[in-house]
Design a protein. Sequence first.
Length: 319
Amino acid sequence: MDTTATFWMPPSASTTAGDVDSLFYFLLWVSVFFFALIVGLSILFITKWRRRKGDTGRLDTGPTKNTLLEVAWIVIPTIIVVIIFVWGFRGYMNLSVIPANAMEVKVTGQQWFWSFQYPEGASTVNELVVPVDTPVKLTLSSQDVIHAFYVPSFRIKRDVLPNRYQFAWFEATHTGEYDLFCAEYCGSKHSQMTGTVRVLSGADYKAWLEGAALAGEGMAPAEYGGRLYESKACVTCHSLDGTPGNGPSFLGVFGHEVTLEDGSTVIADENYIRESILNPKAKLVAGYQAVMPTYQGLLSDGEIDALVAFIKSVGGEGE
Ligand code: CUA
């Protein structure tokens, strides 16, 4: 299979992509053929039998019946539609029936990022890392509104709903990085709810898993926190330069008093930050909406420590 993009399609990099593409091209060219046939004949007939100068105004009566023609335009389209149905149904079953030996990744969509949890315990945000030539089962759910998990190069798209699980699967055929989109309008930052699927060789994937288990080791906590600030998508809403986003900027917040929604104040200390990460709606800063999702279960204690250290380091000791 070829991974290069065509005029019509992005690169194809999964086992099911080839079938999806062939059916797409079949539909496309059947449509082009009949469009050309119908429009072409219309133009021909309009020109050939148009009213000419000197015509008396009486229409000739033509043939009223042609059995062969009528049978043809019933039988041929029926055959084409049945071909499309069988082809499409087989493709649908291929996409729906998940191979029993698939490795499982839990995918969570929330405003406005994706998070992934791997069987071995690792977790990532906005980046799905998988081994090549291995079926991967995705168990999808949403923390809030409806999102849609869409990887064009794998030709898979699945709605991601709150309160129930959805499933999808793919088997990547080539290593590399592929775009991941949210394909369901889910709020003001929908268009930024993007990510990457990184397909690694089996050995690289194993090494990555081992590295993920050791993440942050040998790094200063604030430095590791800075990494997490990007990789866990805090950066989407919290600036470091004082600009307010969907959430307050981290600049100079640590150790200072913040005014809450109800007019009371708290000091932004370690415990306030920890609480705001795990239960963001508990003490909402005045002027902001309760849009931040909980990171409960997405961050380990060590990662929260690192984020606290990072926030502390961002101009915490006065400007
Ligand atoms: Cu999530 Cu659009």
